[in-house]
Ligand binder design. Structure first.
Ligand code: XMP
Length: 523
């Protein structure tokens, strides 16, 4: 078995840790915690063919948790031979149950899920739990539980009513019922470190520098000496980091296309083009398609219809420009990890790995091969890579900006006049928030032009003019957000400046809604 396999030929290692996903909401966290140890980690759907896993030369394998019961007729499973690859395995939650079920232990169906905190009592010596205190707080989220371990396994941790950790050191199989990857488990990171660095002896060599070197080399090899790539640049962090990486490998055989859709902030097209070309040395074609976008948006009020039209026209413009470039073989996109993997990947690789096209649905006759150098990274890791590539803070610390741009902040119809009004207000928000030293602390801060008018009085004149809403939020990832408690002096300045300096606006309101139930953008 595993021991024999190893005796015959030690498997090649150095590929980091492969996490096989059984569908847990925490799978991405496992990969992240491993990378925090500077060890590369990759998530694959649990049913990935064994040869594919072996080809990665993993140092170790983690089997994730998942919502199923091993007794479900369509219970997710992986190739049982992953337990015989000669590499250490760590099963977490469902991973533990699957191992036990597979190797002849007994798993019992639960009446109800056990969810929440519990206390772990460490029992006896264990490599996995080495250095941890005899009792610690852990986080459970499981249905079934183990009532009998497979032969050769021993219990190394108990909660008050269940086996919580078990191992078979001679086969190098380790398993826990709880979730070491969540912050609610005390010392969970240490447990994972014991597995990754201690048991698997993985090299702690994954860092931005090694990632850049490895990726640049891989891109060079993949593209070869002659072929070319195109990239749709927005000036945001993801696409700029992706383009800079590919540029290191291909030089001017990477041509980036930056489209002015007429929905950018004031001066953004020119200043971003200058930054990309002069400061970053990228070869960028700037396409001014503002008129076409505004024509496409004429009379459109529905937010989703705005998005659809902007997306479709973007693809057309990009396609036209790419055709002018002659033969282009690759399309570079700044796709990130959360876009790629969804934890439902238990249904199989094809059904589940969602390639998120930043560029939208490209026509099939474009014959590009996709190149997504950041597809294994989280946002904060992309920033670290960007820093390694010496990208300036104006790129790395830029607040997110939606693809449909100001169209989703001009509520109602998007017209040149209304865009100008919003741009003027938006610029004031940007200046004042920066001035107050809050730009980098806030996830986003921006102005919204409302589709209503209100009565005011200016001088002796009654006015009937536009309303601007100011939105500022704090957020970790944009999935949830809290409205920012901006200093009242700042709000006062924003209001005074917008009403005084932006023609046609006589009222400013501050948005005090969080997400959920509101969204960050108004449309
Ligand atoms: P919401 O408004 O959904 O926004 O709370 C969450 C984050 O996503 C951005 N956003 C978009 N980005 N295309 C994009 O590229 C879009 O259509 C879009 N809509 C919202 C938003 O700015 C926020 O950071």
């Amino acid at each position: 078995m595993a021991g024999t396999a190893r005796a015959q030929a030690a498997p090649e290692t150095g590929g980091g840790i492969v996490v096989l996903d059984f569908g847990s909401q925490y799978t991405q966290l496992i990969a992240r915690r491993i990378r925090e140890q500077n060890v590369f980690s990759l998530i694959l759907p649990c049913n990935t063919p064994l040869e594919e896993i072996a080809a990665l030369k993993p140092d170790g394998i983690v089997l994730s948790g998942g919502p199923s019961s091993v007794y479900d007729p369509d219970a997710p499973r992986c190739d049982p031979k992953v337990l015989e690859l000669g590499r250490p395995v760590l099963g977490i939650c469902y991973g533990l149950q699957w191992i036990a079920h597979q190797l002849g232990g007994r798993v019992e169906r639960a009446e109800r899920r056990e969810y929440g905190p519990a206390e772990l009592k460490v029992e006896g010596a264990s490599l996995l739990l080495a250095g941890l205190p005899p009792r610690l707080k852990i986080w459970n989220s499981h249905g079934d539980h183990i009532v009998a371990l497979p032969p050769g396994f021993r219990v190394v941790g108990m909660t008050s009513n269940a086996i919580a950790a078990a191992e078979n050191p001679s086969r190098e199989i380790y398993a826990v019922q709880f979730h070491p990857e969540v912050r609610h488990t005390d010392r969970g990171t240490e447990l994972l470190r014991n597995f990754v660095l201690g048991i698997c002896r993985a090299q702690a060599s994954w860092n931005p520098r090694s990632f850049v070197a490895k990726t640049v080399e891989e891109i060079g090899t993949r593209v070869g000496p002659k072929r070319r790539a195109a990239c749709a640049l927005s000036g945001g962090v993801d696409s700029t980091v992706a383009a800079t990486l590919v540029h290191r490998a291909l030089g001017d055989r990477l041509i980036s296309i930056f489209v002015n859709n007429g929905l950018l902030r004031r001066n953004e097209f020119d200043s971003t083009l200058a930054l990309l070309r002069q400061r970053l040395g990228l070869k960028v074609v700037g396409v001014d398609a503002a008129r076409r976008f505004l024509a496409e948006l004429r009379g459109v009020i529905d937010p989703e219809e705005k998005r659809r039209r902007i997306g479709a026209l973007f693809v057309r413009v990009f396609e036209e420009e790419a055709r002018k470039l002659g033969q282009v073989d690759f399309l570079v996109q700044g796709t990130l990890y959360p876009d790629v993997i969804e934890s439902v990947s238990v249904r199989g690789p094809s059904a589940t790995i969602k390639t998120h096209h930043n560029v939208g649905g490209l026509p099939p006759d474009m014959q590009f091969q996709l190149m997504e150098p950041l597809r294994e990274l989280f946002k904060d890791e992309v920033r670290r890579i960007g820093r390694e590539l010496a990208l300036p803070d104006v790129v790395l610390k830029r607040q997110p900006f939606p693809g449909p741009g100001l169209a989703v902040r001009v509520l109602g119809e998007v017209t040149p006049d209304r865009l100008e009004t919003l741009r003027a207000a938006d610029e004031i928000v940007y200046q004042e928030v920066r001035q107050a030293g809050l730009y980098e602390k806030l996830w986003q801060a921006f102005a919204v032009l409302l589709p209503v008018r209100s009565v005011g009085v200016m001088g002796d004149q009654r006015s009937y003019a536009h309303v601007v809403a100011v939105r500022a939020v704090e957020s970790e990832d944009g999935m949830t957000a809290d409205w920012a408690r901006l200093p009242t002096e700042l709000l006062e300045r924003l209001s005074a400046r917008i009403v005084n300096e932006v023609p046609g606006v006589n009222r400013v309101v501050y948005d005090v809604s969080s997400k959920p139930p509101s969204t960050i953008e108004w449309e």
